[in-house]
Ligand binder design. Structure first.
Ligand SMILES: *[C@@H]1O[C@H](CO)[C@@H](O)[C@H](O)[C@H]1NC(C)=O
Ligand SMILES: *[C@@H]1O[C@H](CO)[C@@H](O)[C@H](O)[C@H]1NC(C)=O
Length: 341
């Protein structure tokens, strides 16, 4: 009896509590979903602002940005960081398939590669992601362990023959571009040159070399590898239209100026160094010109397209600009050494 009185007396109070907590909960859910919506709209707006700024460097080729760039800009807005990080492997993929393109690559790439790209107070950085770093390490290991066949005698004989024309000895010289020589072939080639360079002949030796201060483990190393790595892919797919660049080795990423000079001036028949010159400027001007022709000159473009795909054309333009930018920022240097007897 006592317990029934208890229930009866507290019944209304219990229902009152229940009702008020239901009302409270509803209010909380409603208001949090409203603030959630408001927050989502805020993030969207913030990321729109960032994406508009990004267009100073990168532009989407369709009416909307690919999801990745939306996601990156949203996370930048949330974290309130002042830098936008674009994964390198994704950027290369998207420029290749044409979903985004660099705005004025000639101007923006040197800024991007040196970490100085910024639009409206927002820094745009390339993030060397693990996927790309792994690809570079594997490629480097492969070119070192299984170098392509290289025949120094044939390589040199071709150049000697083509230079023995009508010119008078003493003014004649052979021109060697080492960029296609695998690292393992460098020493045999130079020893052969020492043995075969005729008296009164000069040899002008050109090659690209990376900034020796940057180690293989540095993220900048992967940035330097981009145009070289791509050439291997182009070579594999069998396209014949990118001339010498197609067959380049990884030499530029391994060799240093000091090493080449050391090889030329050592052993039993050392050569005399007549001059050493940094020709980066001439080289990047030539690369810029080549890129402009490929992009704008209809004849050059259709010659490329007759044996390549649209994707390969986009990549070729990008890698020409990329290599030029590496030379402009000093990550790579183009050297010319003239030697004689
Ligand atoms: C590149 O190498 C392939 C075979 O390794 C050769 O057939 C081709 O002629 C070379 N291309 C150039 C431009 O040297
Ligand atoms: C070579 O010249 C370029 C252009 O003037 C310069 O940026 C680069 O630092 C030079 N490289 C070296 C190693 O001096």
């Amino acid at each position: 009896m006592a317990s029934r009185i208890f229930v009866n007396e507290n019944g209304p109070m219990f229902f009152g509590l229940l009702a008020s907590s239901v009302i409270f909960l509803t209010f909380v859910i409603f208001s949090s979903s409203r603030s959630g919506l408001k927050q989502a709209a805020d993030v969207r707006q913030g990321s729109d602002v960032i994406l508009r700024a990004l267009q100073g460097v990168l532009v989407p080729t369709r009416s909307h940005w690919p999801l990745l760039y939306r996601a990156i800009s949203e996370s930048m807005h949330r974290s309130r960081e002042k830098a936008l990080f674009i994964p390198l492997s994704k950027l290369l993929r998207d420029c290749g398939d044409g979903s985004v393109e660099l705005r004025d690559a000639k101007r923006t790439l040197p800024e991007l590669l040196s970490g100085r790209a910024a639009v409206k107070g927002c820094r745009v950085c390339l993030q060397v992601d693990l996927a790309f770093r792994t690809a570079v390490s594997l490629w480097l290991a492969k070119t070192q362990c299984f170098p392509p066949t290289f025949m120094p005698k044939a390589f040199l004989a071709n150049r000697l023959k083509s230079s023995q024309g009508s010119q008078k000895p003493g003014y004649d010289h052979i021109r060697l571009d080492l960029d296609t020589v695998p690292y393992s072939g460098l020493q045999p080639l130079i020893r052969h040159l020492q043995a075969k360079l005729p008296k009164d002949f000069f040899a002008s030796i050109e090659f690209t070399a990376r900034d020796a201060a940057i180690s293989v483990l540095d993220p900048s190393f992967a940035l330097m590898a981009v145009p070289f790595l791509s050439d291997r892919l182009a070579h594999k797919s069998g396209t014949k239209n990118n001339g010498n660049r197609q067959n380049r080795s990884s030499l530029a990423l391994i060799v240093s100026l000091v090493e080449v000079i050391g090889l030329l001036t050592s052993k039993s028949a050392p050569l005399t160094i007549l001059s050493v010159e940094n020709i980066s400027v001439a080289r990047f001007e030539a690369l810029d010109q080549e890129a402009t022709m490929l992009e704008l000159d209809s004849g050059t473009r259709s010659a490329f397209m007759s044996c390549g795909t649209l994707q390969e054309w986009r990549e070729e333009c990008l890698y020409l600009h990329w290599e030029s930018a590496l030379l402009k920022t000093g990550l790579l240097t183009r050297w010319k050494i003239i030697v004689g007897r």
